[in-house]
Design a protein around this ligand. Sequence first.
Ligand SMILES: C[S@@+](CC[C@H](N)C(=O)[O-])C[C@H]1O[C@@H](n2cnc3c(N)ncnc32)[C@H](O)[C@@H]1O
Length: 301
Amino acid sequence: MVNKVFVPPIKIQGIKTKIVNLISDNVYLTPDSTWYEPFMGSGVVGLNLAPHKAVFSDTNPYVVELYKAIQQKKVTSKIVREFLEYEGAILAEKDDEHYYYIRDRFNEKHNPLDFLFLNRSCFNGMIRFNRYYKFNVPYGHKPERFAKAYVTKIVNQVKHLESIFPENDWEFVCCSFEETIARAGSGDFIYCDPPYIGRHVDYYDSWDEEHEIALRDALFASQAKFMLSTWDENKYRKNDYIDTVWKGCYKLNKEHFYHVGAREENRNSMMEALLMNYDPATCTKRPMANGEQLTLESIAL
Ligand SMILES: C[S@@+](CC[C@H](N)C(=O)[O-])C[C@H]1O[C@@H](n2cnc3c(N)ncnc32)[C@H](O)[C@@H]1O
């Protein structure tokens, strides 16, 4: 159980802030385990749970570069404050015009500070790229977008990273999930949060059935314990991959509510699932084999 969940400076659709504690209660780590997180996104899970050694990776180079820049002290909380105050003041004056100026500048030069600026001022904190890998999220209109309190909040999030990075042996790498999973050994732990199959996603890369199967094969071949986040069902649909591709895993469920718009009748629920190759109650690992008939055990919370 994490007492106070640390919220990182990056926002991303599908961020797992709300289930950090559920994950924490069910991961299996020893002080010697290395934490592998091949779909780090904002990094919220590992940044709260990872032991001394960890490898965070993603195919989106810009999230990785931002964390590396903070780790290497090329981007500090002081630099972030000065940057956001300066660019935020111009945004307050020029509005969209300045947002799109920074977006063009980022797409040309890929400065991590520009990425942070865009991530914290774009529409709904989305991370989305077009087929030429150009960031294409529109401006998220808001008066005083970078108000003093908002800048301070972001600066404090960066400060927190500055304080935890030197205490830990954490590596940030831009690579595909296969490379990261292949590095994990028997005492290690892999947490995976890939784009949700069968649902509309727009991250850095697309995700389809071929990816889902490649991920399953990589995880089932690993000696490490793994946990995978996915969706189970909502009012309209069920994730059929759970009983097919992921057959044989232990499963934990949690209902998650979200709003589309402000009205109460638009409150929808979605069942999130955590799939594991070990029994979270006893931490006993189950041998995983492709296509083998194993019963799916469901422990509803
Ligand atoms: C659901 S998000 C992860 C969210 C993260 N757990 C969080 O709470 O912030 C999925 C991530 O997978 C990354 N991704 C997509 N395809 C990938 C691939 N083939 N290998 C590694 N990462 C990939 C995306 O860039 C995105 O950051």
